[in-house]
Design a protein around this ligand. Structure first.
Ligand code: 5AD
Ligand code: FES
Length: 355
């Protein structure tokens, strides 16, 4: 798989796109099957120390009421997930590192592993390797950390001086620790052309990721980029072309139909993504009262308390497109080496108490 191949696929002329989608759907079926993995996401805190130019959680945004859910409240949600077929809990928050907070998260991971059958995915941003190791020892199975863009200059401009290199080093640490690693990018950041989109997909393939989340960039009026449209605003079909090509480039990765697809195509974006390469759905399991304060971008679906029963809704959506719910945790399909790595390291490690 070369960059050239990816670029050629991305350049598929409009009349041939349906055939590209069918091909991606076929590759998804062959390698990942028809069953969709449900990963219930709990957005447990919107407190963030960063000031990313595109993101609604940026520390300078005063339009949000900041919240942190209590561990017991998170655990209450997690305990109910398995009966909805959600065998993974994704713990996501803004990036706000602190000794006490990071320790509390470790203790929460350990409790979830003790008290539920769930796989645990964490998504709370950059940390030193030692912190990732501690969470792994607590039982963390997977980690999500998007690289956002493969353009190092753009990365720096968007992220308050943070570097792509540092981001990739975090992914490397996680991989070395035997944690299943997810990354990805936003489609259509300002200035993106087909070449850059191809580079982004190529980087996903080169990183040999277990999970890959990509979704359209959506300008947020509460951020400095509110007036910077998506680079593909006039051709939103490119979002689906991107996910289809991603599937062709990474046949065995777990690829979620990300929430942002529904923001652009209300009520059907994620369903279409599942028919064009994706094999994972992440129902929102955040308690309704917090959802409106976790708006990374406008038109995020499922934020009204009335529309908030994603656990039931997702079952209907999948049924309507003829897909089933996966049984089991849905671990990485990339290889099985990670499993013994993690088991070994847990045996050798004195345990998380020394964090
Ligand atoms: N549009 C689309 N995606 C966004 N994210 C943050 N802000 C936006 C936005 N304005 C995505 C980032 C981040 C993930 C949690 O949400 O890719 O990694
Ligand atoms: Fe959230 Fe349908 S997926 S309400």
């Amino acid at each position: 798989m070369t960059k050239r191949d990816i670029l050629d696929w991305l350049s598929t002329p409009e009349p041939e796109r349906e055939s590209l989608y069918r091909q991606a759907d076929e590759v998804r079926r062959t390698h990942m099957g028809d069953a969709v993995h449900l990963r219930g996401i709990i957005e447990f805190s919107n407190v963030c120390a960063n000031d990313c130019l595109y993101c609604g959680l940026r520390r300078s945004n005063v339009a949000l009421r900041r919240y942190r859910m209590a561990p017991d409240e998170i655990l209450d949600v997690a305990r109910r997930m398995a009966e909805w077929g959600q065998m993974t809990v994704v713990l996501q928050s803004g990036e706000s590192p602190s000794r006490a907070g990071d320790r509390a998260l470790g203790e929460l991971i350990a409790r979830i592993k003790r008290e539920t059958p769930l796989a645990v995915t964490v998504s709370v941003g950059n940390r030193p390797r030692g912190t990732y190791a501690y969470w792994r020892d607590c039982g963390m199975d997977r980690y999500l950390l998007r690289f956002e863009t493969s353009d190092a200059d753009l990365y720096r401009r968007l992220h308050d001086g943070g570097s792509l290199e540092e981001r990739l080093a975090c992914l490397e640490s996680l991989r070395a620790l035997g944690v299943q690693v997810g990354s990805g990018f936003m489609i259509g950041l300002p200035g993106e052309d087909l070449d850059r989109l191809a580079e982004n997909i190529y980087l996903c393939a080169a990183l040999d990721l277990d999970m890959i989340g990509i979704g359209p960039y959506i300008p947020n009026p509460d951020t400095p980029m509110g007036n910077e449209p998506n680079a593909w605003a006039a051709a939103p079909e490119m979002f689906f072309v991107a996910i289809a090509v991603l599937r062709l480039a990474c046949p065995t990765a777990h690829i979620p139909a990300t929430t942002a697809f529904d923001a652009v195509f209300p009520g059907r974006g994620r369903d279409l993504a599942l028919q064009r390469g994706a094999n994972v759905f992440m129902p929102n399991s955040t308690p309704g009262r917090y959802r409106r304060d976790y708006q990374l971008y406008p038109n995020k679906p499922c934020v009204d308390e009335e529309s908030g029963d994603c656990a039931a809704c997702v079952l209907l959506r999948l049924k309507a497109i003829g897909r089933t719910i996966a049984i089991g945790p849905g671990h990485s399909r990339r290889n099985t080496a990670w499993a013994s790595t993690v088991a070994d390291s847990r045996k050798k490690n004195p345990g998380p108490s020394n964090f």
